[in-house]
Design a protein around this ligand. Structure first.
Ligand code: C2E
Ligand code: CA
Ligand code: CA
Ligand code: CA
Length: 278
């Protein structure tokens, strides 16, 4: 027993050591990812549920590291947030996404809306100014930019957050609550902040249209959002049955593999050009 106990302990330390090592490599890799040109954006179409037309896209970050290969955002974003590197990376994401969206609106899709994810760490002093600069440099209409924030952010210190969100909303930028329903039970923040859109988390969409709890929750979210004057996006739509159900309960926009996986800018542009009647 003693023998195996010691082996377990050794195994444990080896594994922990490997985890720390990997984290260290991710951190090192992230520090040069921007300047090394290893980051890119992909775009996932957002579809109007009633006309099945593309009305926009969510920009999603991709990292191909020279040392680590393709890295999943769910692995590297938390490290980028812990270390603060997300602030510089987030600025780059915003800049790229606004530039692309402005070009697409000028050329093929005049009403396109681009959604960009913002980490809570990005809500520091200069944020409002940096967003304004991005819009100015790209020439993007503020109403074409939707910033996706987390419930976690809304539960934090509203004394500093509220003025920032109010300033962004006053510019015309739309604020969207990502992964809605997964974070916190309190909904009081919905009244306190200028919010335009709720994104129903894909864990609820996955249960549609058969799972009773998922049906009840998505219906309630749509009804509540609409009565508060907000739109609803469903994410993680993977089947025709899910899309049809969400359309039938009045969910405004849909996003998921059923329509398209996130694709590179050129592929997204080609899709737009094929369906450019909006
Ligand atoms: P998210 O914002 O909730 O983004 C949706 C995620 O679901 C994306 O994963 C997308 O590829 C995936 N997805 C889309 N449709 C489907 C579907 O039908 N089924 C399933 N199973 N998944 C679907 P991705 O790109 O790996 O991103 C993971 C998370 O990383 C994002 O979740 C977001 O929280 C974060 N992230 C990605 N890009 C950025 C960024 O530029 N900035 C920040 N701060 N976070 C980002
Ligand atoms: Ca998102
Ligand atoms: Ca989400
Ligand atoms: Ca998520």
């Amino acid at each position: 027993a003693k023998q195996s106990g010691r082996n377990n302990f050794q195994f444990f330390t080896v594994e922990l050591n490997e985890q720390l090592q990997r984290r260290f490599m991710i951190e090192q890799g992230l520090r040069k990812a921007l300047s090394a040109g290893e980051l890119s954006l992909v775009y996932q179409p957002v579809v109007d549920s009633r006309h099945s037309q593309i009305v926009g896209a969510e920009a999603l970050l991709r990292w191909h590291s020279e040392e680590l290969g393709h890295m999943s955002p769910s692995e590297f974003i938390p490290v980028a947030e812990d270390t603060g590197i997300i602030v510089a990376i987030g600025d780059w994401v915003l800049e790229q996404a606004c530039m692309r969206a402005a070009r697409w609106r000028r050329t093929i899709a005049p009403n396109l809306v681009i959604a960009v994810n913002l980490s809570p760490r990005q809500f520091n002093d200069g944020l409002v100014e940096r967003v304004a600069q991005c819009l100015q440099r790209s020439g993007l209409d503020p109403r074409a930019l939707e910033l996706e924030i987390t419930e976690r952010l809304l539960m934090g210190d509203s004394e500093t957050l509220l003025p920032m969100l109010n300033a962004l909303a006053a510019m015309g930028v739309r604020i969207s609550v990502d992964d809605f329903g997964t974070g916190y039970s309190s909904l009081s923040y919905l009244k306190r902040f200028p919010l335009h859109n709720l994104k129903v988390d894909r864990s609820f969409v996955a249960g549609l249209p058969d799972h009773h709890d998922s049906v009840a929750i998505t219906q309630a979210v749509v009804a509540m959002a609409h009565s508060l004057g907000m739109h609803v996006t469903a994410e993680g739509v993977e089947t025709a049955a899910q899309a049809e159900f969400l359309r039938s309960i009045g969910c405004d926009t849909l996003q998921g593999y059923f329509f398209s996986v996130p694709v590179g800018a050129l592929a997204y542009e080609e899709t737009l050009a094929r369906v450019a009647d909006f």
